[in-house]
Design a protein around this ligand. Structure first.
Ligand SMILES: Nc1ncnc2c1ncn2[C@@H]1O[C@H](COP(=O)(O)OP(=O)(O)OP(=O)(O)O)[C@@H](O)[C@H]1O
Length: 764
């Protein structure tokens, strides 16, 4: 690596990032730091002018500077300064010896502090690429590089330092923490490699290996890979590459670089964070990202959007914001990458209307004149074709579409000629031609570390009780419970909380801030370990270490089973997905799960006639929960349910009352809640009337009654529940750790204690 000494001419065109770009590395790579080295003054090293390249647009940032090879940097622990060590007889000026630094007091921190580290004895070899010892940990490296950028301000200088760090990070082939050599074949820039090193992502996932080159080559891509397999960075990394390219050619700010559509707000924020963490290594200026979702101020989002490099949003709010004027529509037309994440959901459900409006804007013709008369790579090409890439990702695609797509990828047919296969995605999305279809795991949509099972809740028993039992039997696991309705979430959260379980809610009826707070708290290891959610949490959410997914309600569609279950067993981890169902639902559930497992296999194998066989292949097991144990939990569950119902009914009653009181006041009439209720009940029969009666009873429960029930529940939760022949106990809603320890001390087996999936038979 070369150490730049003086800038001589940086006035010409700035360095251009690209695949052809050569990196300035050590000329002498074989010299180790074991040979005789002497400390030299910086100005006594053997500096050489960097030769002028043949083509000016191909120079790489060091041209016009001076460089020096094979110099080791040594941090002086006493002064904190850096010493320059070069081999004896090399890198010396002719009169070098008398130029040796007399007292090791030569500080260069102000010139280059990219190696700053708490470890003052840290050394790095400059010029010997195989001997680089890099900043020891990502965070330290990150802050020092960031500080360097901040301190120096100037873009070119920060680039030089950034490149220095990036190369250091890249060369960490010898350092297990930072080994990013597995990424090399993707030909990413040093800055991106440094960012990946910073994230400690040692190698690309299969979807990344296959999609990144396709996208970098300029193709439109449809990418399919199982849940949790790294699809976000499969498009995030090429976007970063393009951003770095634009940045170094000074083309930032002309138009948005990327527009990413997400079906849910949470996913939009997650994509934002994911891309931010990729770009947040601190070695380059981060792209500006505008996250445009409902629940936040439209005006603020308009402002953010105006100068964003990357726009990430849910279609509804995004359309509201961009269609409100301010030239935002026009700016979006020039977007370089249009990404549709969770495409099948986004394009098939209620989102589609606004998504379609946005797509129409992208498809629409517009004035192609370059007003400033300058050539700009990022503007539409001369022939009127907008050079925008469309990238579409999901873990699931509509089966027949998928079948056609994968058939195409084998046969090489022109997919655009196949009307059936293109009937939806391809007709709607602004692909420029034939997109590349990348399906990295055609035989399995489910993550390989996922175990599946079902729990049969016997007829006539309360499902809430079984949910409670299933959670207790898995109590130390971070658990995501899926329901099909907002009201079920509202009911189950207090039900579990009353049982001393740390339950959180997530549903679309919650204010945006509360939704984000819930996800944040659930993600936090020390806080809530149970989240009860609607399918708003089913797609894309990447919460670390979810170990168990419980389907309280059966998913409505097969693909939803895939996505819900995909919240666990992510990024190569293991996890379990358990469906709670009534006896009459078991057969349907088996079919649904078998269908999911067969789906892609069928797509692949139908030609060979073995698809049907595979369709029959997967048989989801029934997991036994000891009914005696469930029976012992019944009283607690019943009490908790009654308390929860009373809480909800009273809250609802209060809200209704205050709303009606206000309405009555405005109308100038008297409000009598009893009379109003009686009117409302007139004509109601059957279940509706029964529910209303129960609600009324719950609402009418006095404080004393409620208090009594709470006290009773509290004392029940203190009691241990014997769970069978072995000495296992459930205490206050949690595993009784003291009992566990007592067993251990007295030589009892600990592994058989309640609280893991094995107890439901999934470990067989
Ligand atoms: N190359 C990599 N090495 C290690 N971990 C990675 C790598 N790429 C991504 N990850 C991590 O894997 C996890 C899952 O990634 P991501 O959320 O992109 O999955 P996905 O395929 O989009 O899942 P879903 O289909 O559920 O949306 C994330 O925590 C991410 O940080």
């Amino acid at each position: 690596m070369a150490v730049p000494k003086r800038k001589q001419d940086l006035s010409s065109k700035p360095p251009k990032h690209g695949a052809s770009k050569r990196r300035r590395v050590a000329k002498n790579e074989s010299t180790s730091n074991t040979g005789d080295r002497k400390e030299r003054r910086l100005d006594k090293l053997l500096w050489k002018k960097v030769a002028l390249p043949d083509r000016l647009d191909d120079y790489e940032g060091f041209y016009g500077l001076e460089e020096v090879d094979d110099v080791e940097l040594l941090r002086d622990p006493s002064t904190g300064g850096i010493k320059f060590m070069s081999p004896s007889g090399r890198n010396d000026d002719s009169a070098s010896e008398d130029g040796d630094v007399p007292d090791g007091d030569f500080h260069v921190d102000s010139e280059w502090n990219g190696l700053e580290d708490d470890d003052k004895s840290h050394t790095a070899t400059v010029g010997a690429r195989d001997h680089l010892t890099e900043p020891r940990s990502a965070p330290k490296a990150k802050s020092s590089a960031k500080d360097a950028i901040k301190a120096n301000g100037a873009k070119d200088k920060s680039q030089t330092k950034a490149s220095a760090f990036a190369q250091l990070a890249e060369h960490e082939g010898n350092n297990v923490d930072f080994d990013v050599t597995a990424w090399r074949s993707l030909k990413l820039s040093p800055d991106t490699l440094a960012s990946l090193a910073n994230l400690k992502f040692t190698k690309p996932t299969p979807i990344q290996t296959q999609c990144i080159p396709e996208i970098l080559a300029g193709n439109d891509v449809i990418g399919k890979a199982s849940t949790g397999s790294g699809k976000t960075l499969a498009y995030g990394i090429p976007i970063l590459e393009r951003y770095l390219e634009r940045r170094s050619s000074g083309a930032l700010g002309h138009s948005h670089l990327a527009l990413i559509l997400s079906p849910t707000r949470e996913l939009a924020y997650q994509i934002t964070n994911h891309i931010k963490s990729l770009c947040g290594s601190g070695i380059f200026e981060e792209p500006r990202i505008a996250t445009v979702t409902g629940g936040l101020s439209v005006q603020k989002q308009q402002r953010l959007l105006q100068d964003a490099d990357i726009v990430i949003g849910t279609p509804g709010r995004l359309w509201e914001v961009i269609s409100s004027g301010h030239g935002l529509l026009a700016a979006l037309r020039n977007v370089q990458y249009f990404v549709v994440d969770e495409a099948d959901r986004l394009l098939s459900e209620g989102n589609f209307k606004e998504a379609e409006e946005i797509i129409n804007v992208l498809n629409s013709k517009h004035d192609l004149e370059d007003t400033d008369g300058e050539e700009d790579d990022d503007k539409p090409s001369q022939d009127g074709q907008i050079e925008r890439q469309t990238l579409v990702f999901s873990a699931t695609f509509d089966r027949s579409l998928q079948r056609k797509l994968s058939a195409k990828s084998h046969s090489g047919n022109n997919i655009l000629k196949n009307e059936d296969a293109t009937r939806y995605l391809l007709s709607k999305l602004p692909f420029r031609g034939e997109p590349s279809f990348v399906d990295v795991n055609p035989v399995a949509q489910m993550a390989s570390g996922l175990k599946e099972g079902l729990v049969e809740c016997p007829a006539g028993t309360d499902k809430d009780l079984y949910l409670y039992a299933a959670i207790l039997l898995n109590v130390n696991l971070r658990t995501l419970v899926f329901t099909n309705s907002v009201s079920a979430v509202r009911r189950l959260v207090p039900f579990l909380q009353n049982l001393s379980l740390p339950a959180l809610a997530l549903h679309s009826g919650m204010p945006q801030k509360a939704r984000l707070r819930s996800v944040e708290r659930f993600s936090d290891v020390d806080k809530g370990s149970i989240m009860v959610a609607t399918d708003v949490a089913a797609r894309g959410l990447d919460i670390p270490n979810i170990q168990l997914v419980l389907h309280y309600h059966l998913p409505r569609q097969a693909d939803m089973y895939v996505h819900r279950s995909g919240r666990t067993a992510r990024a190569g981890n293991i996890g379990s997905s358990i469906l709670l169902c009534a006896p009459e639902e078991v057969a349907g559930v088996r079919r649904l799960v078998a269908k999911v497992h067969a789906e892609s296999a069928v797509a692949n194998d139908d030609k060979a006639g073995i698809g049907e066989a595979k369709r029959q292949g997967f048989y989801i097991r029934t997991l036994d929960i000891d009914r005696k144990v469930v029976a012992r939990l019944k009283l607690r569950a019943t009490l908790s349910k009654q308390i929860a119902d009373a809480q909800i009914a009273q809250e609802k009653g209060n809200k209704e009352d205050s709303f009606l009181k206000k309405a009555a006041e405005e109308l100038g009439v008297d409000y009598d809640s009893e009379e109003f209720e009686a009117q409302g009940q007139k004509g109601k029969r059957g279940r509706g009337a029964g529910r209303a009666r129960k609600e009324k009873e719950a609402r009418g429960m006095s404080k004393a009654e409620l208090g009594g029930m709470r006290a009773e529940l509290k004392s029940l939760l203190r009691e241990r529940v014997n769970v069978g022949v072995s000495e296992k106990y459930i205490a206050s809603g949690r595993v009784d750790v003291n009992e566990l320890l007592r067993q251990k001390e007295s030589g009892g087996k600990t592994g058989e204690f309640l609280g893991n999936v094995g107890s439901l038979g999934l470990d067989d």
